[in-house]
Design a protein. Structure first.
Length: 364
C-alpha cells in the first residue's frame, strides 16, 4: 500500500470566522443577518454570517447586491488585528497536538497528526478535541475534515458545516470521490467547472474516466492534478515552515473600464506596484498570473511560467500584455479589477515541486 495512505491529515476551517468573532463580541449582532466588509459601492464583503447566507449573501459580493438580497443586512467594518489575535489562540491549541501546521489563512490550516504529541491513535479523536477546545477557549466553532491527504481533508471540512466533522477513510475514498460534484474539487473554480461541464464532466466518477493525456491536453499542467485528485492521490506534504509562495497586487477601479488603451495604462501601473513589492520582499518567482474581475464579479486568471524569474519591467510588462490578449472585454463586459502576481519561487520548486493553484487563489 502507498505510504501516503497511512498519513493522518486534519483540515480545520473556522465557521464564518470574521462574522462569528463580531457576533461573539457584539450581542446585538447575534441571530441576525450580518456581514463584515466595506460599505462603499466599490467594496466587497469579506464574509457573511450563516443567517445572511440563507438569503444568498456571500463573500466577495458587493454591499449593494447583498442589500438587495437581504434589506435587513447589517454590515460592519473588519478588525484584522482582532482576528489575527484570535487566530493565534487557535494555533496555540493546534500546537498542543503537533508542530506540523500549515496555515492557509487566518481561519484555516492543515495539521499532520500522523505522529502527534499526545500519542492519540485516531485522527478523528484529535479533531474532536481540537474543535471542543476552540469552542471552550474562544466561544467559536470550527469544522474539521480528516483524511490521508490534503485534498480530501480540505473537501471533507466543508462537508458538514457549520461545527461539523467528516472523515474520508482510505477504504471509502474512491466511493466518496466518485460521488463528488466537480465544483467541490479543490482548485476547480467557476471557469474550470464550466469547461468540464462542456466536456461532460460533472462528478469525480466522470473525471476519473479521462486519461492523463486527455486532461493535460485540455487543462495543461493542472490536468495532472485533476487526474490524481480523481484517484484520491495528493502527495503534497503539510509544510510547517512556509516559503512565501507569491507576491501580488491588484486595483479596483472607481469606474469599470473597457477601452483598450485605458486598460493598458492601468496594467502598467499595476506592474509598477508589483515590481516595488517584489523588490521589497526580494522575491523571485517563475510564474506570472494576471487576474481580471468583470463588472458581474466573474473572475478569471491567465498564467505564464518562464525559465527566467519575473523581477524586471522589461520582462513583466510584455508578458502581462500577452496574457491580456487572452482576455475578452468590451463595453458590455467591462473590467472592475486588475491584479498581477508572481509565484512559483525557486525555493518552493526545489523542495516540493510545482503546484499550480490556478483558480484556487483568485476565483470566488
Amino acid at each position: 500500500m502507498d505510504i501516503t495512505l497511512y498519513r493522518k491529515i486534519i483540515h480545520i476551517d473556522m465557521d464564518s470566522f470574521f462574522a462569528s468573532v463580531e457576533q461573539r463580541d457584539n450581542p446585538e449582532l447575534r441571530g441576525i443577518p450580518m456581514a463584515v466588509g466595506g460599505t462603499s459601492d466599490r467594496g466587497v464583503l469579506a464574509t457573511a454570517s450563516y443567517e445572511a447566507r440563507k438569503f444568498g449573501v456571500h463573500s466577495a459580493m458587493s454591499p449593494k447586491r447583498a442589500m438587495e438580497l437581504c434589506p435587513e443586512l447589517v454590515i460592519v467594518p473588519g478588525n484584522h488585528a482582532k482576528y489575527k489575535a484570535v487566530s493565534a489562540q487557535i494555533h496555540e491549541i493546534f500546537h498542543e497536538y503537533t508542530d506540523i501546521i500549515e496555515p492557509i489563512s487566518l481561519d484555516e490550516a492543515f495539521l499532520d497528526v500522523t505522529e502527534n504529541k499526545k500519542g492519540i491513535e485516531l485522527a478523528t479523536d484529535i479533531a474532536k478535541e481540537i474543535k471542543q477546545k476552540i469552542k471552550d477557549r474562544t466561544n467559536l466553532t470550527a469544522s474539521a475534515g480528516v483524511s490521508y491527504n490534503k485534498f480530501l481533508a480540505k473537501v471533507a471540512s466543508d462537508y458538514d458545516k457549520p461545527d461539523g466533522m467528516y472523515l474520508v477513510h482510505p477504504e471509502k475514498a474512491k466511493e466518496f470521490i466518485e460521488r463528488l460534484p466537480i465544483e467541490r474539487f479543490w482548485g476547480v473554480g467557476k471557469v474550470t467547472a464550466k469547461r468540464m461541464h462542456e466536456l461532460g464532466i460533472h462528478t469525480g466518477y466522470q473525471l476519473a474516466q479521462w486519461s492523463l493525456s486527455g486532461l493535460t491536453q485540455k487543462f495543461g499542467k493542472a490536468g495532472e492534478i485533476y487526474y490524481n485528485f480523481a484517484r484520491g492521490i495528493d502527495e503534497r506534504p503539510v509544510v510547517a515552515e512556509r516559503v512565501r509562495k507569491s507576491v501580488g497586487c491588484e486595483v479596483t477601479f472607481e469606474r469599470d473600464i473597457f477601452n483598450k488603451s485605458a486598460v493598458i495604462i492601468e496594467l502598467y501601473h499595476v506592474v509598477e506596484e508589483l515590481i516595488r513589492r517584489l523588490d521589497k520582499q526580494n522575491f523571485n518567482g517563475y510564474t506570472l498570473t494576471l487576474k481580471i474581475k468583470y463588472n458581474d464579479f466573474v473572475q478569471i486568471t491567465r498564467s505564464h511560467t518562464d525559465a527566467e524569474v519575473f523581477r524586471k519591467m522589461k520582462h513583466i510588462l510584455p508578458t502581462a500584455k500577452e496574457l491580456l490578449k487572452e482576455v475578452d472585454f468590451d463595453d458590455r463586459h467591462t473590467i472592475r479589477l486588475i491584479g498581477l502576481s508572481v509565484s512559483n519561487p525557486k525555493e518552493e520548486i526545489e523542495k516540493h515541486g510545482i503546484w499550480i493553484e490556478q483558480e484556487l487563489k483568485f476565483e470566488q
